[in-house]
Design a protein around this ligand. Sequence first.
Ligand SMILES: C[S@@+](CC[C@H](N)C(=O)[O-])C[C@H]1O[C@@H](n2cnc3c(N)ncnc32)[C@H](O)[C@@H]1O
Length: 303
Amino acid sequence: MYRLTKSLPRAIGRPITQAPGRRASHSQSSPSNAQTNSRTTHFGFQTVPEESKESLVKNVFNSVASSYDIMNDAMSLGIHRLWKDDYVSQLKPGSKGPMRCIDVAGGTGDIALRILDFSRENYADRETSVDVVDINGEMLREGFKRFKKTMYHNTPQIAFHEGNAQELPETQFSSNTYDLYTIAFGIRNCTSIPDVLKEAYRVLKPGGTFACLEFSKVNNPLLSAVYDQYSFSVIPLLGTILAADRASYQYLVESIRRFPSQPDFAKMIQDAGFVTGGMHEGKGGAWRDLWGGIACIHTGVKV
Ligand SMILES: C[S@@+](CC[C@H](N)C(=O)[O-])C[C@H]1O[C@@H](n2cnc3c(N)ncnc32)[C@H](O)[C@@H]1O
């Protein structure tokens, strides 16, 4: 069955037949008019009350949803596709038989599609399934439309759910359920990384794998300078030209710089209870850098 569900208890299992209503653009919900609270967090380079971040992030992705896939290609010159292919092939879904996967902050289903294709093409597996979860109905709707054109449409292999990575409802996402938890370019947008990791640990089966693909820290000073120049000048400009939305793309660049370094994030994964490789990059390590750390894959196993 092909489903798009809201992860609110009252809507569990009920397909959403109407598009979620369009929400206000994020310029209407700026940090300056957000309610004040003693606990703050970052939204790009701005400091905002913790309780505002979620709606600000939601508004960014509402705003970029329809142009997200095209912009991803334009901004990364198509390189995000290589990173995503690399990420999924490292995980080898289907190699040990059909897997139950959850792709959180799954957006338009880029990772889910790769997981299903990889397991089918390499292991003739038509039983691996992916639950795509995202806080943003607009992004999911784009994914839903996209999957309609695939062979997975109307099969038990794919389902879309609106939900928050930090608090996946236990009634819908039971503990000890999944073999593989993926989160690609999503965790940096969440208000509390430890809460996301706690939920990942809860929903995975013992022996299940947590795998995160995220932008990270570039250690080479020359590459870092070139990358900074590209990120802060070209990407917001492309946002203006191709999507008429400079602010959202400026946020995306800034949010990358606020994300913890590779070892700091690996430590957070360990603190959530996962077993990781050693505190170093590469073979046997807790993470693997892609393109000098522009992106990075962190993995951990629930014991
Ligand atoms: C940059 S997109 C990545 C989408 C997809 N994983 C990919 O790689 O193309 C980030 C996604 O994270 C989602 N997101 C942000 N905060 C979230 C949260 N707290 N819970 C679930 N999804 C969230 C956004 O709605 C958005 O779809």
